[in-house]
Every structure is written in C-alpha cells, then in structure tokens.
Design a protein around this ligand. Structure first.
Ligand code: SAM
Ligand code: SF4
Length: 352
C-alpha cells in the first residue's frame, strides 16, 4: 500500500501560550504524569477491533517523528512533570530504531527523578529484541493476547502468528521485567468462553491478565455495544472459578484489580465503557505523526510536527502547546452521550 499524507481529525491551530510552571494540570484538577508515545501506525497484525483487514491508509513516512523529535518532545514533557513514557503503536517492535528510542528516553532526567519507559506490544519479535531493550532501559512490558486458540487467533488478527506471540510472552516471563501484564479484549462470541483459561495462562507465565472492554476505536467503525463483554460479565465469569477480593488504592491506573482466592495472584479489568475512570486520568498521547491528544476519544489534536521542524520554535513553545492540550481536556469521554463522535483515527494510529 502506498503511503500518502492524510489529514486526520480536526487539527487545532497551535497557539503558543506563555509557558507556565508546575505540574501538567487540566481544568478538572487532574495532574498528568503519563505520556503514551505511538512509534508507528503500522502493525504485524490486523486485529478486527483495531484495524481494517486491508490495513489503513498509512501515515506518510515523512510525517513520522524521528528519534530526535521524539526525544525532544519527551524531554519537554519530562521537564513539565511526565514520569512515565509508554511506547505503543501500531506495533512498536516494527520500529527499526526502537532500542535507541528506549535508550534515549530512559536516560531523560529533567529534575523530577528518572523516568520509566514501558511498552505495549503484540509480542511478535519480542523474543529477539527483549535483551537489547532491557539493556537499553525498558522497565515494563504489556503484551496483548486475546485467545489461546490458534484458529481463533488467526481469525481475530487475520494473521497466523500465535506461536510468535507465545514466544514473546515466554521471553518476557524469563526476563526480569515485572510486573508483567497480558492484555485481552473480551469479545462476545469470540473469546468470552476463554476468560478463565487466559487468566490461568497469565498466572503460569508470572503475569497479570487484564481484560479490556472493547471500545469504539476500530478504524472500520464497526463497534457494537451489544458485542462488548462488560466488566460485570467478566467478573461473573471469573467468580465461577475464583473468589475475587478488590485490591484498594487504584490511583490513576486504568485497571481495577482483584485478588484471586485471597492472592497473591491478581486479575485486572479495564472497564473504559461501563465504568470509565476519566476522573483520575493522568494520560496524554503523542501520535507517530506528532499530534498531541489529551484523550483516546478526543477529536481535537495539537500538531507538534511543524513546530518540531521549524528551527525558530523553542522548547518553551512546545511546552506551551503541551500545557494547552492538557488544559483543554474534557471531564470524560462521553461514549454514552447521543452526540458522541468516534475519532477518525483507529486505535492503531492513536496509540493505545
Ligand atoms: N500493537 C500493540 C498491542 O496490540 O499491544 C500496541 C498497540 S494496541 C493499539 C494497544 C492496546 O489497545 C492492545 O492491548 C489492544 O488490545 C488494545 N485495543 C486496540 N483496539 C481496541 C479497542 N477497540 N478496544 C479496546 N482495546 C483495544
Ligand atoms: Fe496491531 Fe495492536 Fe491494533 Fe492488534 S491491537 S492491530 S496488534 S496495533
């Protein structure tokens, strides 16, 4: 597929505001500490809930942020109080300079203490790259796995790569990276009969399974609320096998967690649709083409790309945009509002 420049979403004209100091605060009092950085919109899989079968109109290669540009935004963000960078995509392991990205970002220290670099991946190619990533400073990894059945995996992701994913999970199990988390989107008629098996699989790999409610973020706009397996249904299925005790002290984390049979093993549920956690959200997103987003579901983006490529624009200009973006964050994603508009970008181009 040829790469063409695409204009996605409404891009706000970037207005620089006087740089202020202190934490990255929005008008609802939320302090932002977590920047999700999408390294590419491309992927080795085609999960039905994320990408259309034929792939997307890919972002133009010339608009993808370079290593230096990513590092610069990350430094400015860290100086403003960001403490965690989560690398995502698309599939971050497809990025040829990934190890160097991890090395540069994990070396950032802008006076608020060292940052942590984490990654969300589908696991394909992880086994080959993990040692180098850990040596470069990667602190944590989340791996996505929705089914343990090869036929289902191939149908769901449109690629027959389950064995590659399992190799990646085994490599993560054998690494020192903890906590290790496996993410599964629960889907009716697809994997809802495997929820307990997925938890068992995670436990056998010294990992925590986290179930995610399916969100209206597929590039094909095919999301159907009725097909979404809810938090309540997930908990009901798990309670058939384990006694569940809520773990207190969630903070800004997206997952609610439960101890299984008193612990120490735990399971998590990210109920973005039926029990949104927007009130505690501390996340900000940078797309692979340099758009800042203050929410997964926002339809507004703040375009850093021209600023990054204009030698007259300073770090203070970038910081002002960062602060404007956070400041404009809405109280919640409003999926249930009649006027809800699904963002034009699919999850792969936003960065989950
Ligand atoms: N390719 C990597 C992966 O799959 O882990 C990183 C990017 S992916 C967009 C990040 C996470 O978003 C994955 O755990 C994936 O399951 C989740 N995701 C993608 N589309 C989703 C949707 N429509 N609803 C809920 N979760 C979704
Ligand atoms: Fe690729 Fe991850 Fe989207 Fe699946 S969820 S298509 S692995 S970006």
């Amino acid at each position: 597929m040829t790469a063409v420049a695409v204009q996605i979403g409404r891009r706000r004209p970037v207005a620089t505001a006087p740089a202020s100091h202190g934490p990255l605060l929005d008008t609802h009092g939320r302090v932002h500490r977590d920047l999700r950085i999408s390294l590419t919109d491309r992927c080795s899989l085609r999960c039905t809930y994320c990408m259309p079968e034929q792939g997307n109109e890919w972002l133009a290669r010339t608009s993808i942020l370079t290593l230096d540009e990513i590092e610069r935004v990350a430094r400015v963000a860290a100086a403003a109080g960001i403490t965690t960078f989560r690398l995502t995509g698309g599939e971050p392991l497809l990025r040829p300079d990934l190890v160097e990205v991890v090395r540069r970002l994990s070396a950032i220290d802008e006076g608020h203490g060292p940052v942590q670099v984490a990654m969300t991946t589908n696991g394909i190619r992880l086994a080959e790259q993990l040692d180098a990533l850990v040596a470069a400073g990667l602190a944590r990894v989340n791996i996505s796995l929705d089914t343990l059945r090869r036929d289902r995996f191939a149908a769901l992701t449109r690629r027959d790569r389950l064995d590659d994913v399992r190799r990646g999970i085994e490599a993560a199990r054998d690494s020192g990276l903890r906590p290790l988390k496996l993410n599964a989107v629960a889907m009716r008629g697809v994997n809802e009969d495997e929820l307990c098996d997925l938890v068992e699989f995670a436990l056998a790999h010294d990992a925590e399974l986290r179930f995610i409610e399916q969100m209206p973020l597929d590039a094909g706009h095919t999301w159907d609320r009725a097909r979404m397996v809810t938090r309540e249904e997930i908990l009901h299925a798990l309670a058939e096998r384990w006694s569940l005790t809520a773990v207190p002290g969630r903070g800004g984390a997206p997952a609610e967690r439960w101890r299984l049979d008193g612990g120490p093993a735990t399971v998590g549920v990210i109920a973005s649709v039926t029990a949104p956690f927007c009130g505690d959200c501390d996340r900000l997103r940078l797309t692979a083409d340099g758009q800042l987003r203050n929410c997964l579901f926002s339809t507004d983006e703040y375009d850093l790309l021209p600023m990054l490529r204009d030698s007259t624009r300073t770090d203070a200009d970038l910081e002002a945009v960062l602060r404007n973006c956070v400041w404009a964050k809405l109280p919640g994603h409003a999926i249930d509002d009649p006027g809800f508009l699904q963002p034009d970008r699919g999850m792969n181009a936003i960065g989950g």
